[in-house]
Design a protein. Structure first.
Lengths: 112, 90
């Protein structure tokens, strides 16, 4: 799973039949672990009614499909939760090279 | 699996039902030499990992096997889970 912020919606009239009822959001990962996501954004389905500006937990791969109740969905990213709070341990972040830390709430700047 | 360091925890009240009961920790990933990569992953934790502890994180079906082993765990909403607390690496 990754942390991301919702930055927009996607509208699509012509879409896969299994996606007819899916709400599609554009999200920007706060920090990413997959080099493939160099575009700095993902399109994810949303079943928890997240809105633009919300910080969310994104699940990738098979569990994203499972969250929609159908393992055959043409989907590989889903919003699973709206984040209330992130608690970061300052000492652990320094040790892990994750400083300088948070600029705004949940705006996590991860340095190397 | 990758190696990383626990740096914090994430809370969400509004969430998919399958996420209930999962403890979600933020893990800063390290590379093969143990150096920080600047990348974060949210991993489910069943081992009571604490901030500052080095852990290994399993992805994909390996992550689901941490929560519930077996072939019938495709319903689990988890793509990353802490598989071990690292005490030393050489």
């Amino acid at each position: 799973m990754i942390l991301a912020r919702v930055i927009g919606h996607v509208w699509a009239a012509r879409r896969d039949a299994r996606l007819q009822r899916a709400k599609l959001l554009v999200v920007r990962p706060h920090a990413i672990y997959e080099p493939a996501f160099a575009t700095r954004h993902l399109v994810a389905t949303d079943d928890v009614d997240a809105g633009v500006g919300d910080d969310v937990i994104i699940c990738l791969g098979a569990p994203a499909r499972a969250s929609l109740g159908d393992n055959n969905m043409p989907v590989d990213a889903a919003v699973l939760g709206v984040v209330d709070r992130v608690e970061l341990d300052a000492d652990a972040m320094r040790a892990a090279g994750a400083a300088p830390g948070i600029k705004r709430p949940l705006e996590i700047a991860v340095g190397t | 699996m990758i190696r990383g360091t626990v740096i914090g925890q994430v809370w969400a009240t509004r969430k998919a039902r399958g996420l209930e009961g999962q403890t979600l920790l933020l893990v800063a990933a390290r590379d093969a030499e143990g150096q920080p990569t600047g990348r974060l992953v949210v991993a489910s934790d069943t081992l009571d990992a604490r901030a500052g502890e080095d852990v290994t994180v399993a992805f994909g079906s390996g992550a689901r096997n941490v929560l519930r082993p077996g072939p019938d765990n495709r319903d689990l909403l988890c793509d990353a889970a802490i598989a071990a607390i690292v005490e030393g690496a050489g």
